[in-house]
Design a protein around this ligand. Structure first.
Ligand code: SAM
Length: 246
């Protein structure tokens, strides 16, 4: 485990550079939240801190300072109102993003936000990840799969790793105390082709903000996923993968 946490503190310049875009995203979210319940965070400063800044931490793993060339592909599963996908897409217009969200009203908000922000490199689908992971257009096609606050790691490993190319990565946002959840999920990660899994601690902090200890779970895909995986969501929830396969 890496003992020195990553930090969001040095994204201050990024927040400043893209301040207008983040501000527009925040306004759109606050407005939509009056009609549809998309987030319990409604204060603009807190949206910037807890949603936008927190989303950007993935760049520390994938690309900070900017290294990955254009055409880098990311899929965000269970993206809700657009986190982490929309802040990342604002900062990396040269990447390609797919956003998968099961709830129609949340996906519709993201489509609206993409139009308003001119994010033509983001495709938003209202669908379930476990279904699209079997679609040839998306299966094992992405450099990275991202998932923030979607499911426990055993479920998430099965839902997500079908999207990733060999050599690609899963990044999952988690709280600080994830060791036991990770231990229980390791076999599923292995069966989904990711033997290398680590917890990367980070501090969610800005200039003059509180500091919150968090973790990223980073898994590297080294093998292909078996044809029948992921299973249906009912099966994933009902029975752990290690009981039935390999
Ligand atoms: N990632 C967003 C964030 O961090 O703000 C949303 C988190 S929200 C707690 C989890 C979202 O995952 C919900 O919007 C839910 O509809 C979506 N979700 C859960 N399971 C899913 C699945 N199998 N496929 C697609 N979306 C899913």
């Amino acid at each position: 485990m890496n003992s020195t946490p990553l930090t969001t503190r040095d994204f201050a310049a990024v927040l400043e550079e893209y301040a207008d875009r983040f501000s527009l995203l925040t306004d759109l979210l606050i407005e939509e939240n009056k009609i549809h319940n998309l987030t319990r965070i409604t204060d603009p400063t807190q949206i910037l801190f807890r949603h936008i800044l927190d989303s950007l931490i993935a760049l520390k793993i994938l690309d900070f300072p900017a290294e990955s060339g254009s055409g880098f592909t990311c899929v965000d599963i269970g993206s809700g109102a657009g986190f982490p996908v929309l802040p990342l897409a604002i900062v990396r217009p040269d990447w390609k993003f797919l956003s998968i969200e099961a709830t129609g009203k949340k996906a519709a908000f993201q489509q609206k936000a993409c139009r308003a922000l001119g994010l033509t490199h983001v495709q938003v689908l209202s669908a379930r990840a476990e279904d699209l992971a079997h679609d040839r257009r998306y299966r094992q096609r992405f450099d990275a799969v991202l998932a923030r606050a979607v499911a426990n790691l055993s479920v998430l490993a099965e839902l997500s790793l079908g999207f990733v190319k060999i050599g690609g990565r899963l990044i999952a946002w988690k709280g600080p105390d994830v060791a036991e959840e990770l231990r229980l999920a390791l076999k599923t990660f292995d069966q989904m082709g990711a033997a290398e899994v680590k917890r990367v601690p980070y501090l969610l902090e800005g200039v003059n903000t509180e500091k919150i200890s968090m973790s990223l779970i980073v898994a590297e895909k080294t093998r292909s996923v078996l044809d029948g995986l992921p299973r249906s969501f009912a099966q994933i929830k009902h029975r752990r993968l290690p009981d039935i396969c390999i």
